[in-house]
Design a protein. Structure first.
Length: 181
């Protein structure tokens, strides 16, 4: 159990999910955002989602750390799983490496807990995300704040908020495999 008011480093996968997730978590914790998404393909799309996240940062506002690179690590983590369906083993490996990086960042800057807004999306299995976060948090020595942010109409609220701020909403998860018809 994390005491209210504690600092949490929250992994941001995209601005629409963060538009609900960051304010929701900020009601109970001191939240800062962490953008690390080497899964997003192509590079222009990565930059577009980052730009949308910066637009949200200005509108809310919140502290945001951006870390680039990691593409080769992502390729290694997901190799041999190219044909897996969404929510399958490839997605777990992809989410796990991004959460592991978030956990290490939190540890290095003395933030005691980390989390993610990934579970705002109805396409993300909250049980899998939370299990990966717990395990990566244990390895790094940082508490993982579990959530299922699609509950209480979280996804619907993210759609409304992103629309209100005029924020770009992507139509595929992120990697080149999720672009397949
Ligand atoms: S579909 Fe999304 S979560 Fe799954 S591997 Fe691709 S980018 Fe990662």
């Amino acid at each position: 159990m994390l005491p209210e008011g504690e600092s949490v480093l929250v992994h941001i996968c995209c601005a629409p999910d963060a538009s609900y997730g960051i304010p929701a978590m900020s009601k109970r914790f001191r939240v800062s955002g962490f953008f690390f998404n080497p899964n997003i393909w192509p590079g222009q799309e990565h930059d577009r989602r980052l730009q949308a996240t910066r637009q949200l940062q200005d509108a809310l506002p919140f502290v945001l750390t951006v870390v680039g690179g990691g593409e080769e690590e992502w390729e290694q983590a997901t190799r041999g799983m190219e044909d897996e369906p969404e929510r399958g083993r490839r997605c777990e490996a992809c989410i796990r490496m991004r959460l592991a990086r978030t956990a290490r960042e939190a540890k290095s800057i003395n933030i005691p807990a980390f989390s993610t807004v990934l579970t705002v999306s109805p396409k993300k299995d909250a049980a899998m995300v939370n299990r990966a976060g717990r395990e990566e948090g244990e390895k790094a020595g940082v508490f993982f704040l579990e959530a299922d942010m699609k509950k209480n109409d979280g996804f619907l609220k993210s759609v409304e908020t992103a629309k209100r701020f005029g924020i770009y909403r992507q139509n595929y998860c992120g990697c080149r495999y999720s672009l397949r018809p």
